[in-house]
Unconditional design. Structure first.
Length: 315
């Protein structure tokens, strides 16, 4: 089968497009004929070796964390969507699983769910990692009705879903993004937008009830200055230091810390499908690259500033 993969840990030069063996179908697994897959920051982290203790040293390593496609085969004991069904799902490449930037991928059946109706395979592939992470982060922020929420990286993969869903839940949303993306942020549902290059929201007089750090690089002391009493910071990159700080805050009080992580339980996919059906959110696909040019998709993601998601078309 054709695939896009890393030959070693490193930068963009270690990535290749070529032929790899067909995936082996194990008990409780399904093989998905991949139609599209998005590119996520976790794919870059794995390629660079930032998680090598978890992702292992076996190469070639197919990249790609989420996907859309159709079930091509079902292993013994596998349950869920039948062969031929259109599905979306994730593969845990952080933990050594094969990625989705390939014509076919074998994944546990429990990580495959019916594709939301009425959308393209490209839009569907943009959903699992980014949209479910946004839902997780907003869940950590609590009831947002009538509350103020600031979203960093507001027009990126996670951020553009967070802005839309938070607005539908009654939040007053402030988007933090580059000035050239302000119009897009307002169109997504933000009430106002700040240019991170020229406005330091952590030093001003405004305070927000919650901050969803979709960019993942906001230091807690800076966030705490911008939070109202009883506020909460939800971060997509919970390193060891902020995890310890979160535990301490539970004891000492002060602004609370929540973690916006990918959670893909059946109820999470059900909530995502409902959100889409109600028109409360939709995927913005900034660019679609064919599999043989997946390097361009990675380059676009790593350059930053992309509105929405970058997707690789497989079939």
């Amino acid at each position: 089968m054709k695939a896009f993969f890393a030959t070693a840990y490193g930068g963009p030069t270690v990535m290749r497009f070529g032929e790899l063996p067909e995936p082996a179908l194990g008990p409780g697994q399904v093989v998905v004929a991949v139609r599209a897959a998005s590119v996520n920051p976790v794919d870059v982290k794995v390629r660079e070796g930032q998680a090598r203790l978890l992702s292992g040293r076996t190469f070639p390593k197919v990249l790609g964390t989420d996907f859309s496609g159709t079930v091509a085969a079902s292993g013994a004991g596998a349950s869920g969507p039948a062969v031929g069904a259109a599905v979306i799902g994730t593969s845990r490449i952080m933990f050594g699983a094969p990625g989705s930037h390939a014509e076919r991928v074998a994944v546990p059946a429990r990580r495959v769910f019916a594709m939301p109706p009425g959308i393209s395979f490209e839009a569907a592939a943009a959903l699992p990692v980014a949209a479910l992470t946004a839902l997780s982060g907003l869940r950590g922020c609590g009831d947002l009705q009538g509350k103020s929420l600031l979203v960093t990286g507001a027009t990126g993969g996670v951020g553009h879903f967070a802005v839309q869903i938070a607005r539908s839940r009654g939040a007053r949303v402030t988007a933090v993004c580059s000035a050239r993306n302000h119009a897009r942020a307002l169109a997504l549902g933000a009430d106002d937008a700040l240019d991170y290059r020229h406005e330091d929201f952590t030093r001003g007089k405004r305070r927000w009830d919650a901050i969803l750090d979709a960019h993942g690089h906001l230091p807690y002391p800076d966030a705490a200055r911008a939070l109202a009493d009883g506020g909460v910071l939800a971060t997509t990159l919970p390193g060891p230091r902020i995890v310890l700080r979160a535990l301490w805050r539970r004891i000492a009080g002060g602004p609370r810390i929540a973690f916006a992580n990918l959670r893909d339980r059946p109820e999470d996919y059900a909530e995502l499908t409902r959100v889409l059906a109600l028109g409360q959110a939709s995927a913005v696909v900034a660019r679609v690259c064919p599999l043989e040019r997946a390097a361009e998709a990675f380059a676009a993601l790593e350059a930053g500033g992309t509105v929405g998601k970058v997707v690789v078309r497989i079939a």
